[in-house]
Design a protein around this ligand. Structure first.
Ligand SMILES: Cc1ncc(C[n+]2csc(CCOP(=O)(O)OP(=O)(O)O)c2C)c(N)n1
Ligand SMILES: [Mg+2]
Length: 892
């Protein structure tokens, strides 16, 4: 235990300790806490100089951070608030119990909200300010599985009907229901932030608070004292994302950020730290990261006991117990508490001598005492210079008694027997008789009751109801023909990569009068990789403190310019943090009423593969913007090898329903996609976002052929038809991204060497084609009497003669998944397998996706169809230099 009071040096007299403590008390009384702190600091320094080795500790004793004498007056009607809270407790429990009576195992959580009710209610009654015309409002991330409490409150507020509550976790019932957890996709007028994949919300909240500052520093929104509150579980802090960015929050001095960690010492299976102390562990982590830490251990009932304890014995004793023991005390009788906790020292026993066993058992914890919670929140919102974390000690399943209070199984408790229901009812004073109560009805007092009136008045004073999601932006005109036209013209023979082409577009967009200011370029320490360093100087790198040093490259044109109004979010090496910024920027249209347009460009392998759960949350949140997978393509990114070469992300983008995923080959394709994307998201308000892979292989960008825009957006178009359409041997070749060039080379080889006339198609999006095909099939299935619709792929290929061969830098499954809508058998080439550290040509040979293999696949298809002789095929294998005994890349 890192508790300095827990050890006592040998031979030290109690009286000596007493003297030191008393003199500190008198300093505190006469000169105040600052002077006392100064003396302690000087003592520590003095001790160090004199060779006393003081062990490092970031902990303070196991005690409330705010002493009773510094507690503010509680401004509310405590008794009335308790009654309201009890009603919410009842309805939250009723919602889960009823849902599970109707449908066994439909799930839901009772014990999480039961432990957190006071933490939320103090917030709702006194702190969470809603969004109004004049004020942007506070932002609150609610702990996901505490949602029944939020629904129950909204029911009392008259915002959700009993019918909705009845259909908790049964959203498809007539009239609709309530989603299990916060999901803006499912309840777009209510929830703002999905939080139930644990660990995501703390990180998102940090970057949200930071993004709010960014908007202020760039003059996009007024400076306000709005706060970001994030409620999390203590078990949740084990997710690496939870604590992963806490140093960013303190470095950026985010005093607009408040974490409230509900420390009920339990997670799903059992104690968070049975053999340790999670609160002390978290305190040291957050203090070490320079957060303002406020611990709320004990309720007001403990204050007089501490008062009687002049020797600091109680704090010392508290610091000795591990969490497993504390959990045991929660479920034990007052007599047990007396014997096992206070019984360790006769002096401790004496402290509680006048108290009955029952009053010992009822000693409340801090997180259940509104006065202590209020004091902590008030201190947090008034604190300046750093973020605050409140570590509030609570009991999991508080109030459930025998039904689960503090028990290891409580997390999943969804049913209560009749006795347990009656006991809960009595404990919280719900006006239901013994008979009615076992039916677990929802209970809402009449509109003119003092409870409802008070609750409404409190919310009115705080600007309205929370949570509430609304979209308040005006659509953009998004008329950008001129801006993107330049990129339709090709590169005039100059070799450029699609990444370079994209960066050129970004540079131009940044200068646009409508969208220029709204663009938010985000990079995870990869700008130079993508040739974006010129933007450092022109757009500036955002830094909340400007640039306090002269950059080493100040004399160069492209120096590393940091500025308070810098536009680029250079996040450093954190794809998760960058994604959190992307989400904050891509949802600002709802959170702030600002149409910021994020462009997050990263190493494509470290996107979906690494932070897919954040991308999923972004999708849920109706985030807008563009994800750019740079250095993409398993064989296009040469040299880097297995961990970097991405042949996966276009496949991993498939499950995200509202992401549009494109693998473009040419600059004009990107221009068409981005221009259309801005229009769809920011003018038409569609709830989609984009994933575009860009590559680093330079080649000449062609001029955009006529009439291809629609095809580019829908997923495929004929890029270059065969020169001799009348030839006997015909083929259709499909290529994507940089592999399109291999397809074009194969077209030439086939024509000149084998007399095969092939059309070449650019497939910009297998995902779009797949969705279109499925949608068409579905429509036909549901409308059998009507004229059958034809999938776009089938339409494209209706009159396309010859064999079919597809090649991409991604898994073969991409072309395979649309092959059923093609007129004939498809041969698919792709890059299934682990990458290699090699050059492009060798990689394309290894994965069998180069022009030689495309040629071979075409000839083989013709051979199978009986269109060419075996000897032609054999000779081709020889002429193309193909090793037929080479290892299969999928297992090599
Ligand atoms: C990433 C992730 N892993 C696992 C879960 C499943 N899960 C839901 S709640 C929970 C326990 C939560 O414990 P804690 O964070 O302490 O919250 P409490 O309910 O105790 O307040 C678990 C494991 C999840 N929702 N998300
Ligand atoms: Mg917990």
């Amino acid at each position: 235990m890192d508790n300095e009071l827990s050890t006592q040096p040998h031979g030290m007299e109690d009286v000596e300790i007493q003297e030191w403590l008393e003199s500190l008390d008198s300093v505190l009384e006469s000169s105040g806490p600052e002077v006392a702190a100064e003396i302690l600091e000087r003592l520590r320094a003095h001790a160090t100089v004199n060779g006393i080795d003081l062990p490092f500790t970031a902990n303070t004793p196991y005690a409330n951070t705010i002493p009773p004498r510094l507690e503010p007056l509680f401004p509310g009607d405590q008794e009335l608030e308790r009654r309201i809270k009890s009603l919410i407790r009842w309805n939250a429990l009723a919602m889960v119990v009823r849902a599970n009576r109707v449908e066994h195992n439909i799930g839901g959580h009772i014990s999480t909200y039961a432990s957190a009710a006071t933490l939320y209610e103090v917030g709702f009654n006194h702190f969470f300010r809603a969004r109004t015309e004049e004020f942007e409002g506070d932002t609150v991330y609610f702990q996901g599985h505490a949602s029944p409490g939020m629904y129950a409150r909204a029911f009392l507020e008259g915002r959700l009907s009993a019918q909705k509550l009845e259909n908790f976790r049964r959203e498809l019932k007539p009239g609709g229901g309530l989603s299990s957890y916060p999901h803006p996709w499912l309840m777009p007028d209510f929830w703002e932030f999905p939080t139930v994949s644990m660990g995501l919300s703390p990180l998102m909240a940090i970057y949200q608070a930071r993004f709010n500052r960014y908007l202020e520093h760039r003059g996009l929104k007024p400076v306000t004292d709005a706060k970001v509150w994030a409620f999390l579980g203590d078990g949740e802090t084990d997710e690496p994302e939870s604590l992963g960015a806490i140093t960013l929050a303190s470095r950026e001095k985010l005093d607009n950020l408040i974490f409230v960690i509900n420390c009920n010492l339990q997670r799903l299976d059992g104690p968070v730290r049975g053999n340790g102390q999670i609160i002390q562990e978290l305190e040291s982590a957050f203090r070490g990261a320079r957060w303002n830490v406020i611990k709320v251990f004990w309720g007001s009932e403990w204050d007089p006991i501490f008062e009687r304890d002049n020797e600091g014995l109680l704090v010392k004793r508290m610091g000795e117990l591990v969490d497993g023991e504390y959990q045991k005390l929660v479920v034990s009788s007052g007599a047990y508490v007396r014997e096992h906790f206070f019984g360790s020292d006769p002096r401790l026993l004496k402290l509680v001598e006048p108290m009955s066993d029952e009053s010992l058992r009822r000693l409340r914890l801090g997180g259940h005492d509104p006065r202590k919670v209020y004091a902590a929140y008030k201190a947090a919102v008034e604190h300046k210079g750093s973020p605050t974390v409140i570590l509030a000690r609570t009991i999991k399943g508080y109030g459930l008694g025998e039904a689960g209070e503090g028990k290891n199984v409580t997390h999943q408790q969804k049913k209560l027997n009749e006795d347990e229901l009656r006991e809960f009812r009595s404990r919280f004073g719900i006006p239901l008789n013994d008979e009615d109560c076992i039916e677990v009805p929802f209970y809402r007092p009449p509109e003119d009751s003092v409870e409802i009136q008070y609750l409404r008045a409190r919310r009115e004073a705080l600007g309205g109801y929370v949570p509430k999601r609304s979209v308040r932006t005006k659509p953009l005109a998004a008329d950008h023909d001129e801006l993107f036209k330049e990129f339709h013209e090709g590169s005039d023979g100059r070799e450029v990569s699609t990444t370079m082409a994209f960066v050129g577009m970004l540079r131009k967009m940044l200068k646009d009068p409508e969208i220029g200011k709204l663009i938010v370029p985000i990079v995870p320490d990869e700008a130079r990789t993508f040739g974006m360093e010129s933007l450092f100087r022109t757009a500036g790198i955002y830094s909340s403190v400007g640039q306090k040093y002269e950059p080493v490259d100040v004399n160069t044109l492209l120096y590393y310019k940091e500025a308070k109004d810098g536009q680029i979010l250079e996040e450093g090496i954190t794809e998760a943090g960058s994604m959190a910024s992307f989400i904050a920027a891509g949802t600002a249209y709802a959170t702030h009423g600002i149409n910021t347009i994020p462009f997050f460009i990263y190493y494509s392998m470290f996107g979906f593969q690494r932070i897919a759960d954040f991308i999923w949350a972004a999708a849920d949140m109706r985030t807008r913007g563009f994800l750019l997978g740079g250095t993409a393509g398993r064989t296009t990114l040469s040299g880097e090898g297995l961990q970097h070469q991405d042949g996966n992300s276009q496949v991993l983008a498939l499950p995200v329903p509202n992401i549009k995923a494109y693998d473009p080959a040419f600059a004009y394709e990107i221009a068409v996609i981005v221009e259309d994307g801005i229009r769809r998201m920011y003018k038409d308000g569609e709830n989609v976002f984009y994933y575009i892979t860009v590559m680093n292989e330079p080649y000449a960008m062609p001029v955009m052929p006529g009439n291809v825009k629609d095809g580019i957006l829908r997923g495929m178009y004929r890029f270059r038809p065969a020169a001799n359409g009348k030839a006997k041997l015909r083929a259709q070749l499909f290529g994507s991204g940089a592999i399109l060039n291999e397809t074009l080379r194969a077209q030439e080889i086939l024509e000149t060497k084998y007399g095969v006339a092939a059309d070449v198609w650019s497939v910009t999006s297998y995902k779009e084609l797949y969705n279109d095909g499925n949608e068409t099939e579905r429509w036909n299935r549901l409308h059998p009497g009507e004229k059958a619709r034809v999938p776009y792929v089938a339409k494209c290929l209706a009159d396309a003669p010859g064999v079919l061969v597809a090649a991409s830098d991604y898994l073969k499954t991409l072309p395979n998944m649309i092959s059923k809508w093609m007129p004939r058998r498809l041969a698919s080439l792709g890059t299934d397998g682990f990458g290699r550290s090699e050059g492009r040509a060798s990689l394309r040979d290894f994965f069998e996706v180069d022009s030689r293999f495309i040629t071979l696949a075409t000839l083989h298809e013709l051979f199978v169809d009986g269109k060419i002789e075996r000897c032609v095929l054999d000779k081709a294998i020889k002429d193309l230099g193909i090793n037929t005994e080479k290892p299969n890349p999928i297992i090599a």
